[in-house]
Design a protein around this ligand. Structure first.
Ligand SMILES: [Zn+2]
Length: 1056
């Protein structure tokens, strides 16, 4: 069988070599399994279940002579990932000879399946809106009628817009700059200098690594400096309603408190004035005083529903990291690594039950750090890593030393530990170790330990990249193969891990093609396997090669790949068998598998069929299965990949249904990522693919990793949400992980009442760095325990909450209807606001006003945006099934800032900036001039850029001055913009625009934003590119922001 591809060069054909499968492995490479677990695998379960066997109970002692009721560390990695109860031999019916010996120890059937079905990610990089549902053009200022008067919601609400209310004025230019939460900043790469120095003379620290070592040597960092450029301590919103802080006295709006809020009626504290934000007025003063007298630091705001859309709070400053915890505990790790949904842990279960939002953490363990803030690397040398012998907590800034420096008390379980002699230091009069300043682990909330051999069960693996590329005719036609081959080739010098890096390739259509890349060859040899029922690997060696040794063969291969298949007419896809072959090849070492897929798998195991074209199933119980993998094969393969330390990234390009729901599963359970380029055409999307693939290949990657988050006694993590495989109850297996991945976990109180004052959290990521060193990255944070519900709400972190809500809602779409997911979101928001209202409304006689804590002022907006996001919105026709699933996969992994930007994108006016003189230094400042996402923000005379982090839309107003359009578009300025591509032209204005877009991209490098051009009135493009994304507008049957607020408010007021 097997189709010979006409275009194939004369490579040798399938040899009769013994299949790779044959050599019996006397040494099962993985019998002791992933190097992964090591001591980190031991978990701390606060109440040591003496009688109950923990999955790790039998593991070998690492704790030395200190027998303890807590499990010692298993010397061997837990091997089984038990994601599905039905988990069985994944590699087909016949036991694969590669299968390592059965993992005996951790194969505990009682281990629960992964808590959630998380969906694989994303928003389509190019979210298209196949059936634009924008019913009508929004009103533009020039022609706009007065704001629509909405019918009074219900009799009791005073809802008429003020008569004669001015149409939405464009506040823009006059608007004070609101500093954004994530101003971009380009930082040069290079070894960072770390401000911590270790005293070389410190004899107690035998083998210190230079602390200046960066944790990711050589990785160019381009990153948002969240901490150095964060918003001012005072919320930009303090002043008023929605468009940012009021300008100085010279502002035309100064007399109106920020411009948009009508002068407060004496009796109505309806806007969000609160203490510290300026002179309080009238009734507001009374309100703030009342709250002040209740010792409330931040006063709840309020809105009279519908009274003035302009007064609604809008997150125009982007995501804002909470500051108060950092002020209270300066040694906490930075919020970019760990954020909690509230910086106040409830002291009791009853209090917790009145916090209706998720109680949870969002962890981004490898978040990029701005220059100068790299995580310090510490090598304890002979002393070994200092950990609590009972709960295995790593030494951190919150442990205390006693007994003249001979003992230390664990901040998590309170056990008094001995200080090893190699780690001893005297204490000063205040009880501080005298060497404190030379000990990053005692002064930094984030630190990276060099792990000794007991944290390995095999030699640290080299970085390994295996590429599995679809070469069927549709893949060839799309031009994808050429872009992929060129990009990989251009990245060869930058792949991490030189000179250990390994690389290999396979291609497939109706057969599978392997490539012998032995370094002694002058060109690669192709071997074709056409027996799809009994897949084997035709060469035991030389299909995965050392890149530096086989560099020229690899280059030759990549240079010839695009032409090898250029005449291929094969329309089949033996994807499943090719996947199995990849597993066989990679199972010895692990690594990253990058899949480039174009044709729906049609042959052999794992073949898929067209689903989702029956509209009748929408809205019924048969709807959600469409968003789940159809064939258990994909989950089983994902489990196998994880077991062998293989992370899978899926790049999908099809112009037809390609079942992202099934394919994405491979990424979801292996810590990977889904990249979706629907209807890929290299001429249009090539640049995006090039950038995103290059980032995937060159960003620093943590290999064969496991992650655990510990927390203090009485509190426990109960569910995990993101892309990973859960190994044991609280250990996340992450075959490969990088800075673009965040994980979320919910926690609950185990005890009715907490007796502690502070809860500590400690994230530990044990991994192999590309340089070959085994490392443990540790983030520690302290959080106060409170008895006051109001304090929980005041310390709420909207970004973390929305991240959790989005993941929970997306998971819900896998078991319910989309409508149920939206109802879930709305209900959580309503419950939280109702609870908060109950705290304050009665005594303050707030009557019909909506009140909410300052900290949650953007929550309703984000909730609305979530309901309108691709994975959750609509019913059937407005987002294709694949796009919905891809968007879901992406959103399940996004760090907080990225998600917030996607939910409330930025809209910025450019024309005025382009025509006036300015310096390059000003370019990024215009990012601060974000506009509300409403039609009224768009002026027909203007040029705007819309940026959701995944793409840009450049909107040309109908009466934009022609010279601007000419400068930017050249002779195409009058053409239909769908046919025009933006490029740099020979004039200052064009250069300036391109420079700005370049800076925007550099500030947000996780994805590449293609720039789409559209002119006002060009339908339907304008609708689906931009208008449908103005999330505050009412469209396609969804609520506008005002209606949404009224609806939420009405529900909040309902009893109970
Ligand atoms: Zn402890």
């Amino acid at each position: 069988m097997g189709t010979e591809n006409p275009g194939r060069p004369n490579f040798t054909t399938r040899p009769t070599t013994t299949p790779f499968a044959a050599p019996p492995q006397t040494m099962t490479p993985f019998s002791s399994s992933g190097p992964v677990a090591g001591p980190e695998a031991s978990g701390f379960r606060p109440p040591p279940p003496a009688s109950q066997q923990t999955p790790f109970s039998s593991s070998g002692p690492v704790g030395g002579s200190n027998a303890s009721t807590f499990r010692p560390t298993p010397p061997v990695a837990p091997q089984t990932t038990v994601p599905f109860s039905s988990f069985g031999p994944a590699v087909g019916a016949q036991p694969s000879p590669f299968r390592p010996s059965t993992p005996a120890r951790f194969n505990d059937p009682s281990v629960p399946p992964p808590p959630t079905t998380n969906v694989p990610p994303t928003v389509g990089p190019f979210s298209r809106f196949p059936t634009p549902h924008y019913p009508s053009t929004p009103q533009f200022p020039l022609t706009a009628p007065p704001p629509p008067s909405r019918p009074p919601p219900m009799g009791q609400l005073p809802f008429q817009p003020p008569a004669g209310q001015a149409p939405f004025q464009r506040p823009l230019q006059q608007m004070p700059s609101v500093q954004m939460g994530s101003p971009p900043q380009s930082v040069s790469s290079g070894p960072p200098s770390v401000g911590v120095h270790q005293s070389p003379s410190d004899s107690s620290f035998p083998a210190p690594l230079p602390n200046s070592q960066t944790s990711f040597p050589g990785y160019a960092r381009k990153q948002v400096s969240a901490d150095s450029q964060g918003p001012p301590t005072q919320s930009p919103f303090l002043t008023q309603g929605g468009y940012g802080a009021p300008p100085a006295a010279s502002s035309p709006f100064a007399s109106q408190q920020g411009g948009y809020v009508p002068p407060p009626p004496v009796a109505g504290p309806h806007h969000m004035q609160h203490p510290g934000s300026g002179p309080p007025l009238g009734g507001v003063q009374a309100l703030t005083e009342d709250f002040s007298s209740l010792s409330i630091g931040s006063v709840p705001g309020s809105i009279e529903p519908g009274i003035d859309p302009k007064a609604l709070p809008r997150p125009l400053g982007g995501d804002v990291e909470p500051k108060s915890l950092a002020q209270m505990y300066p040694m906490n790790c930075k919020p970019r690594f760990l954020r909690l949904t509230t910086g106040a842990i409830p002291s009791s279960q009853s209090l917790s039950s009145r916090w209706h939002l998720p109680l949870a953490a969002v962890v981004c363990p490898l978040a990029e750090s701005p220059d100068g803030e790299e995580v310090p690397v510490v090598n304890f040398g002979a002393a070994g890593i200092i950990r609590c012998r009972r709960c295995r907590t790593y030494v951190n800034p919150f442990v205390t030393f006693t007994d003249a420096g001979r003992k230390w008390r664990c901040n998590i379980c309170a056990l008094l530990n001995d200080v090893p002699s190699d780690y001893f230091a005297n204490l000063d009069a205040t009880g501080r170790r005298i060497d404190m300043d030379q000990r990053p682990e005692l002064t930094h909330g984030s630190v990276e330990f060099v792990a000794p051999t007991e944290y390995m069960v095999r030699a640290p693996m080299p970085p390994l990249y295996f590429f599995l590329i679809d070469v069927s005719s549709s893949a060839v036609r799309s031009g994808m193969i050429e872009v992929v081959a060129q990009t990989i080739r251009s990245c060869l010098d930058e792949l991490p891990g030189y000179p250990r890096t390994q690389i290999g390739f396979a291609t497939f259509d109706s057969t599978i093609h392997f490539y012998n890349m032995k370094s002694s060859l002058t060109q690669p040899q192709m071997m074709v396997v056409s027996d799809l029922d009994d897949v084997f690997v035709p060469l035991p060696d030389d299909l995965l090669v050392n890149l530096s040794e086989s560099r020229s063969v690899v280059e030759t291969f990549l240079d010839s790949l695009p032409s090898m298949f250029q005449d291929n007419v094969n329309v089949e896809s033996a994807f499943g068998p090719a996947l199995k072959a990849s597993l066989m090849l990679m199972s010895q070492l692990g690594g990253k598998l990058l899949i480039f897929q174009n044709t729906l798998p049609s042959l052999g195991v794992g073949r898929l069929k067209l689903r989702g074209d029956d509209l009748r199933v929408y809205g019924t119980d048969k709807e959600h299965p469409l968003r789940l993998p159809e064939d258990p094969f994909y989950k089983q393969m994902a489990a196998e990949f994880t077991k062998f330390q293989i992370g899978v990234d899926v790049y999908a390009f099809s112009d037809k249904y390609t079942d992202i729901a099934s394919l994405g599963t491979l990424a979801k359970y292996t810590g990977g990522q889904v990249y979706y380029y629907p209807n890929f055409q290299s001429t249009i999307h090539g640049e995006k693919l090039r950038h995103e693939l290059a980032r995937d290949l060159t960003r620093e990657t943590a290999w064969e990793a496991v992650m655990r988050i510990r927390c203090g006694k009485g509190v426990r993590f109960t569910s995990y949400h993101g892309n990973f495989m859960l190994r044991s109850t609280d250990l996340l297996a992450l075959p490969a992980v990088d800075c673009d991945k965040a994980f979320a976990m919910q926690l609950s109180l185990e005890e009715t009442l907490l007796t502690i004052q502070t809860v500590y959290f400690q994230v530990a990521l044990l991994y192999t760095a590309s340089c070959g060193e085994r490392r443990i990255r540790v983030h520690t944070a302290a959080v106060p325990v409170v008895t006051d519900l109001g304090e929980m709400y005041r310390q709420a972190d909207t970004g973390a909450i929305v991240t959790l809500l989005s993941r929970l809602a997306i998971e819900k779409t896998l078991s319910s209807k989309l409508e149920d997911a939206r109802n879930f979101l709305q209900l959580r928001i309503v419950k939280a606001l109702k609870e908060f209202r109950n705290l304050y409304a009665v005594q303050h006689r707030l009557g019909g006003k909506m009140i909410y804590p300052e900290s949650l002022k953007f929550l309703p907006m984000y909730g609305l945006a979530l309901c309108k996001s691709a994975p959750i919105r609509g019913g059937y026709a407005d987002v294709s099934l694949d796009e919905r699933c891809a968007a879901g996969h992406t959103m399940m992994t996004l760090p907080v800032k990225k998600l917030m930007k996607l939910l409330y994108p930025s809209l910025i006016r450019l024309d005025e900036y382009l025509v006036k003189p300015s310096t390059e230094a000003d370019d990024l400042k215009i990012m601060e001039n974000r506009l509300p996402l409403v039609g009224e923000s768009l002026d027909s005379r203007g040029l705007y850029v819309y940026d959701d982090g995944f793409r840009y839309v450049l909107w040309f107003g109908r009466v934009l001055p022609p010279d601007i359009a000419k400068n930017l578009l050249g002779t195409d300025f009058a053409a239909e913009l769908s046919k025009v591509t933006l490029c740099e032209r020979d004039n200052e204005m064009s250069r300036k625009l391109m420079r700005i877009l370049k800076k925007f991209r550099e500030s947000d490098p996780s994805y590449f934003q293609l720039c789409y051009l559209v002119r006002q009135g060009e339908q339907p493009r304008e609708g689906h590119l931009l208008l449908a994304n103005l999330v505050e507008e009412q469209m396609g049957g969804t609520n506008g922001y005002v209606d949404w607020i009224i609806q939420v408010h009405r529900q909040v007021q309902q009893n109970p």
